[in-house]
Design a protein around this ligand. Structure first.
Ligand code: PAN
Ligand code: ZN
Length: 176
């Protein structure tokens, strides 16, 4: 097992894996799917740079600012397949970390530079960019945690973050 390092110069470098999510990949997550169809499908909503290690992975997410209608850009959101928690560390921007337990109860933490947040096991998590600049954050999680996207795709998250009178508002309920 060799020690390894990454440099945080906008991206983790050298990183092992890069994921790009474009609007076309996640348009079905937004409430107003018609509006999503009207926008540029090739627009990048977020990028993830992952450093894979022996047991603990580290990933940098760059989530771009923007909205589909009133709804802010966001990540897909997932549960971990194993009962594993995760640490988020916000580097820049403004946003909301949404968490949903298995009963559908929603919790949230405001993200801004310097916030370290713990996502408990059995909580789906999604990040929403409520600001005008890139929201960047690091995530630290078990390499063996696994990502379950299907449950959220099937059940929905149960909360959306929309802009009302220029401010982000979390709407809970039987929403997407
Ligand atoms: C993060 C997320 C990253 C992208 O690294 O994977 O922000 O979000 P989605 O995976 O929901 O598309 C994390 O939570 N890792 O476990
Ligand atoms: Zn995660």
């Amino acid at each position: 097992m060799e020690p390894k390092f990454c440099k945080l110069d906008k991206i983790l470098a050298p990183f092992d894996k890069k994921i790009e999510r474009k609007l076309k990949d996640i348009k079905n997550l937004f409430m107003d799917e018609e509006k999503a169809e009207e926008l540029d499908q090739g627009m990048i909503i977020y990028e993830v740079y992952e450093m894979e290690n022996f047991d603990i992975n580290c990933a940098l997410t760059l989530l771009y600012p923007g909205k589909v209608g009133k709804e802010y850009f966001m990540t897909k959101g997932h549960y971990h397949e194993k009962e594993e928690g995760e640490i988020y560390f916000c580097l820049s921007g403004e946003g909301i970390l949404l968490m949903r337990d298995r009963e559908g109860k929603i919790k949230d933490i405001k993200l801004e530079k310097g916030v370290v947040a713990y996502v408990p096991p059995e909580h789906a998590h999604r990040v929403v960019n409520t600001g005008n600049e890139i929201l960047s954050f690091l995530a630290f999680y078990s390499r063996y945690a696994g990502h379950d996207y299907k449950s959220i795709e099937k059940e929905g998250f149960g909360a959306v973050v929309i802009e009302e009178e220029g401010k982000p508002v979390i709407k809970r309920g039987d929403l997407k």
